[in-house]
Write a protein that binds this ligand. Sequence first.
Ligand code: ADP
Ligand code: F6P
Length: 322
Amino acid sequence: MAKKIETIAVLTSGGDAPGMNAAVRAVVRTALARGLKVKGIRRGYQGLLNEDIFDMQAKDVSDIIQRGGTVLGTARCLEFKQPEVQQKGADICRKQGIDGIVVIGGDGSYRGAQALSRLGINTIGLPGTIDLDIACTDYTIGFDTAVNTAMEAIDKVKDTSSSHERCSIIEVMGRHAGYIALWCGVANGAEDILLPEKYDFNEQNIINNIISSRKRGKKHHLIINAEGIGHSASMARRIEAATGIETRATILGYMQRGGAPTAKDRYFASMMGARAADTLIEGKTNRVICYRHGEFVDIDIEEALAMTKTIDEYEYEISHLL
Ligand code: ADP
Ligand code: F6P
């Protein structure tokens, strides 16, 4: 018979995302309410290896639901990819009396969770990334806040861009994924949207668009460029030289990863955190909590990692049409 789960731990890993604190709070409070002991692990897998682990009570997660970042801290711990290091992580869990771990992060973090699960430590993943690029789920913790932060900043740049009749290239986050760019492109009414999944690097098309929209009397031309394409500053110089229209680049950067989470991120992260604790209590392991087709569900990590996600063709077409 599977061992009864008595103590669980929680960690955040990879890039931070607004709403991670709400998820941590929900894991801690749900597990405590069900009679479990809870431990916090600081700085992701690095903290596990360093045994940076502490007991958590309900008050330890007071007053954090509204805060951006992660109170547990996060890290990229490349050595955790090595089997002997993963074994060390599992041994530390046993030594600390940890029966299960909730890992809040992206695909990379799930691979670490999968390794621990294979080594006998029950693991549940929660999707934490501003990029919305986890294929098994329609929602990731932090995307809603990040895209709203970017949208508000872009509205401001657009105001000054119109006053000065300039062209603006605004770079948003997303090294491999264009969801923030796509959503801002639509929400901010951009003239061009460059996504890593789609961009053909044909700058002449953009130049032609700018010239024709200027002839139609448009005062600004807004280009949303995803981080994965990058080169916004040099692109601005080339576009200005080709069109004769003043062109400026703005890189929004890390401001998109911080800030108070939206109501949606607080609510969804809370529900997912609670479900992660309850899923561990049920004795399940190697699962990811997802939001799919309007429901919270848990699916196997293997299955989750095998899924791929692409930009919806219809949404992409409409983003250009509008
Ligand atoms: P994300 O979780 O947001 O995708 P990363 O890809 O940077 O971010 O992964 C976060 C952390 O997860 C890494 O620093 C490492 O500690 C762990 N990790 C990533 N890939 C693996 C892997 N193949 N095996 C074990 N652990 C991994
Ligand atoms: O968390 C996702 C993300 O913000 C990506 O959009 C970006 O490419 C990456 O993290 C940057 O992470 P860092 O600079 O912290 O390694």
